[in-house]
Design a protein around this ligand. Structure first.
Ligand code: UT7
Length: 327
């Protein structure tokens, strides 16, 4: 049986560190409030106006290819998970392919808010399993600072910029992605969205004046559903695959709020020592959180480790994925 295995991971973080202390000078907030409600201490911001999502994704893929020792021309497919593409079109995947010289690849962008990366991983997995594709790059990249309103304290504290990427290759030795379950519930759309800029409310002087191109969020309803759904789908992965808490080497959760992550770990019956948690350093980087976690923990991972990945995002979208680490 051919499975899709992650054979390399990489990340890109902009240099600028925006601390809670600096946010205190921008909006009425406090380091204490931000840390206690979300677990976030700082986040990275891409300050260079000429660099955005595709740039960060390209840097990641260059690093990925170096780590794996392969050339860009060997890539078959690039899937770019993002909510902040450089342009509405062409897709940022195209820009990455051109920038890195992936002349034999095709690609596309995939958008499912904070679940973009797990949806993209699920999609990339199926291309590998088809037997036709040997090297699929899945990128999660977001320049969230481009859609964050830095006068809105309820949202501006939550997000950061970053990119992460994984290489998927065929595996016949029992490693790789074993199971997954994705969900969507569009009735949640009103709680977290970007009001304007799409075909329903195209950009106008009025939409810009009303700050409708920034993130709009009603945090509490999102929090309540996220706590339940992220935990449910992680538990579902364990039950379906007969995994006990001892069997799970790491939970790899989307990093939106430390309290949501703790609730998920609790539901799975696993201790926080087995949870990849880096929200403190990077905040919510939307499509980049899962590959950033894998990168930060890469040196600790062992071949055969059971990982459960789980996300929840706007839409609502959520998903869980179980894999056996392949290296
Ligand atoms: O990744 C995609 C999914 N997104 C999420 O999962 C985010 C889910 N939501 C959350 O994580 C939480 O709802 C937040 C961290 C965003 C907010 O935490 P909360 O405990 O739900 O706070 P709240 O929105 O209920 O606000 C409590 C109070 C309010 O004041 P009053 O009405 O009680 O007087 C807010 O106005 O805190 C106030 N507040 C702030 N105070 C200081 C809101 N933002 C801030 C702030 N600093 N930055």
């Amino acid at each position: 049986m051919v499975r899709a295995a992650i054979t390399a991971v990489s990340s890109y973080l902009p240099d600028y560190v925006l601390t809670n202390k600096e946010l205190e000078t921008m909006v009425e907030t406090s380091d204490e409030w931000i840390v206690s409600r979300s677990g976030i201490r700082e986040r990275r911001i891409m300050k260079d106006p000429d660099k955005a999502t595709a740039f960060m994704g390209s840097e990641c893929v260059r690093n990925l290819l170096t780590k794996r020792g392969i050339g860009a021309e060997e890539i078959d497919l690039i899937i770019m998970a993002t909510v902040t593409p450089d342009h509405q079109f062409p897709a940022s995947a195209n820009i990455v392919a051109d920038s890195i010289g992936a002349v034999n690849a095709w690609g596309f962008d995939l958008q499912a808010a904070c679940s973009s990366f797990i949806y993209a991983l699920e999609t990339g997995r199926r291309f590998i399993e088809s037997g036709q594709y040997k090297k699929v790059v899945v990128i999660g990249s977001d320049k969230m600072s481009s859609i964050v309103d830095y006068t809105a304290r309820a949202t501006c504290i939550l997000f950061g910029d970053a990119a992460g990427a994984v290489l998927l290759e065929p595996d016949t030795s029992g490693h790789g992605i074993i199971d997954s379950r994705m969900y969507v519930d569009g009735s949640g759309k009103k709680y977290l969205y970007q009001k304007s800029g799409g075909s329903l409310n195209p950009a106008s002087i009025e939409t810009v004046t009303n700050r409708e191109h920034f993130i709009t969020m009603d945090g509490q309803p999102v929090f309540k559903v996220a706590v339940i759904k992220m935990a449910d789908v992680a538990a579902e992965m364990m039950q379906r695959n007969h995994l006990t808490a001892e069997d799970v080497a790491y939970l790899v959760p989307h990093q939106a709020n430390k309290r949501i992550i703790e609730a998920t770990a609790n539901r799975m019956g696993i201790g926080m020592d087995k949870v990849m948690l880096n929200i403190e350093k990077y905040a919510n980087t939307t499509s980049a959180t899962l590959p950033l976690c894998l990168c930060d923990w890469e040196s600790k991972l062992k071949k055969g480790d059971n990982l459960v990945l789980t996300t929840f995002g706007a839409g609502f979208t959520w998903g869980g994925l179980y894999l056996k680490w392949a290296y």
